[in-house]
Design a protein. Structure first.
Length: 171
């Protein structure tokens, strides 16, 4: 597949098969995360790969009952490392750290799709509860939970805004 094809075909999937993900694929997902660009190459992010069913059930509760998190064989909790503020001040802490982890997440979503895996980007959860569940240190802030697994559904493409509404050309 070419990159644009992967981008256009990837979907948010909320129903997963129970099949486990091979270790080789997990390694490719990790590579996708760590090879994303980052501000000043500080790589201000950390990822928790949660396979434990009991812990995934706790994440479901922190995410207001989004049960598909526990149905996926893997839930990746994506965190910013707020220590970037040491280098870039409040802009680093409030913006660059979010951008860094977001670039990694997009890489993960695209590589997962290329491998035949499904994902969905979950941002609706209580940060404090996720922090408590994973016993995160004070410098880490959870910003997304990404369930990963083989799809049990194949959603159709959602509508997109017209190019003219999304892009302003300045010549």
């Amino acid at each position: 597949m070419n990159i644009l094809q992967v981008i256009k075909e990837r979907r948010s999937v909320r129903r997963f098969q129970g099949t486990s993900i091979p270790k080789e694929m997990i390694e490719q997902l990790i590579d996708a995360l760590i090879w994303a660009p980052s501000a000043g190459n500080l790589q201000s992010r950390k990822f928790y790969f949660v396979y434990n069913k009991e812990m995934k059930e706790k994440l479901v509760q922190a995410a207001w009952g989004q049960s598909f998190i526990a149905e996926a064989p893997l839930a990746v909790v994506c965190c910013t490392d707020l220590r970037i503020g040491t280098y870039y001040g409040s802009r680093g802490k409030d913006l660059y750290s979010i951008q860094d982890v977001s670039a990694s997440i997009e890489n993960l979503l695209l590589v997962a799709h290329e491998l035949g895996l499904a994902t969905v980007w979950v941002g609706a959860f209580e940060e404090e509860k996720v922090t408590e569940i994973l016993k995160l240190p004070n410098n880490l802030r959870p910003v997304a939970i990404i369930p990963v697994g083989y799809p049990a559904e194949h959603p159709t493409a959602p509508r997109r805004v017209a190019k003219e509404k999304a892009v302003v050309v300045i010549e």
